[in-house]
Design a protein around this ligand. Sequence first.
Ligand SMILES: Nc1ncnc2c1ncn2[C@@H]1O[C@H](COP(=O)(O)OP(=O)(O)OP(=O)(O)O)[C@@H](O)[C@H]1O
Ligand code: SF4
Ligand SMILES: [Mg+2]
Length: 241
Amino acid sequence: MSGWQRTDGPVLRIEDLSVRFDVRASMLRTRPIAAVTQVSLELATGETVAVVGESGSGKTTLGRATLRLVPAAEGRVVFEGEDIAELQAQRDLTFLYITHDLASARHFADRIAVMYAGRVVELASAQRLIEEPQHPYTKALLAAVPEPDPANRLRQRPVVGGEPPDAGDLPPGCAFAPRCPAVMAGRCERDVPGLIQLEDGHEVACHLYSAGASVSTSSSAASAADSASSAASTKGSSASG
Ligand SMILES: Nc1ncnc2c1ncn2[C@@H]1O[C@H](COP(=O)(O)OP(=O)(O)OP(=O)(O)O)[C@@H](O)[C@H]1O
Ligand code: SF4
Ligand SMILES: [Mg+2]
């Protein structure tokens, strides 16, 4: 459960998957809901990836689209090099573990993918994601309850200040910007951050780490994100769970 290593090829490959729903906005109009946007994920044989995120972040839709229970607007899902249509019948699907609960994610998953507004914003081994979160949203989730023992901290339900965005009316740029204490004016509200590879298969989608902020300068970025998360955590409340 520590470092993630892929020995064989991926058993499941989610490639640039987007799912949209058209919901009725009025008698005459529908509006698109961006439930899942450009998610890519490769799972190795026997690997479990937990998908965590707030309500409405797209976890269930990602799982359903992986099973072909809802159609992809873009992208595809490939299972052992084959189309995944028969997967549900053939396999006990244990590899995408969808949960609100970071504590169980840590115990049951090899890696954790954090979703926000339909996108994966951070992906790392379970241990690394919990011990060294990089995205301000992940940090805020984990820091919602100050607790010196991380194992206990994770039993608290994380509550991040502010409301998740409406998937039918996402803000431009980084969807977390309206809630992010580290938001960079003129940048974050304009450009959608892509996933950046950090070391050890750790990926994060945040401008603190992109363009100009290489890994070698990421300590200043990381401390900016640290102060972001502590500020975010003070806005949240907590509940035992
Ligand atoms: N069948 C549907 N028709 C229209 N919109 C949908 C449908 N299913 C999901 N959505 C919307 O897509 C977005 C993602 O929903 P989804 O259920 O995947 O989130 P989730 O992360 O599983 O949330 P929760 O933690 O509450 O289960 C939400 O805005 C939701 O309202
Ligand atoms: S710093 Fe910018 S890109 Fe990173 S999470 Fe905050 S708003 Fe998004
Ligand atoms: Mg769900």
